[in-house]
Structure formats: structure tokens, C-alpha cells
Design a protein. Structure first.
Length: 119
């Protein structure tokens, strides 16, 4: 089993995504410095490239380019390929204040994005 390069955090926040011939809204269910898992109102194909706008509490953030690594219905995993350096730094600093999920814990979606994520 391949280990992750970055810890992931159970977290819920709104996200908008757009790409060639597609635009939709959804909710992130877990997040790392390198990507996220989300559910959307439109399905996307593995390999698609998207632009993202994450509406995190007090920290809206843009990902200039992400690729869909896997897709199952309206759930999909994204890898962040390009972010402005200041956006990447803000995301990393924010994630460093959170408790990462262990590989053995079950992820729980946080019902209130204002509260700290938990595993």
C-alpha cells in the first residue's frame, strides 16, 4: 500500500470547480497540502483538469490547476498541481494547526466548518 506524502485532515467546506465544458459545486470531505477528496453536483472523469475555489472559513483559497486522480460517481479525489506560492503557504500554515487523521482512523465529516476538524 502506497503511503501518502502529506497528512490528511477530515474537514468539510464548500468548493467550486470548473474545467473544460464543466462547472460545479461540492463539498470537500478531507484535505491535505497536496489534494482533497470531495463530492460534487457534477461527475468528472479521471484525468480531467480543474480550477478550484475552496471556501474555507476566513481563508478562501484558489487552486489554479488540479487533476482528478480517481472518480466514483460524484465522489472524486483531486491532486493539486499548481497554486500560487502564497496560497500554498497559507494552506500549509493552516493545516499545521490541525490534528492529522491516522491511517487507522475512520474519517468523520465535520458538520460545522467553523469547528476544528477531527478524525
Amino acid at each position: 500500500m502506497e503511503s501518502r506524502r502529506s497528512p490528511r485532515f477530515s474537514f468539510q467546506c464548500p468548493i467550486a470547480y470548473s474545467g473544460r465544458l464543466i462547472a460545479g459545486f461540492g463539498t470537500i470531505s478531507n484535505l491535505s497540502a497536496e489534494g482533497c477528496r470531495m463530492g460534487g453536483d457534477m461527475s468528472v472523469r479521471t484525468g480531467s483538469h480543474l480550477e478550484l475555489r475552496m471556501y474555507m472559513p476566513d481563508l478562501p483559497m484558489k487552486v489554479d490547476l488540479a487533476t482528478v486522480r480517481w472518480s466514483k460517481g460524484r465522489e472524486f479525489g483531486l491532486e493539486f498541481l499548481r497554486m500560487q506560492p502564497e496560497e500554498q503557504e497559507r494552506l500549509s500554515r493552516w493545516l499545521n494547526t490541525l490534528e492529522p487523521c491516522s491511517s487507522h482512523s475512520r474519517l468523520r465529516v465535520v458538520s460545522d466548518p467553523q469547528s476544528p476538524p477531527t478524525c
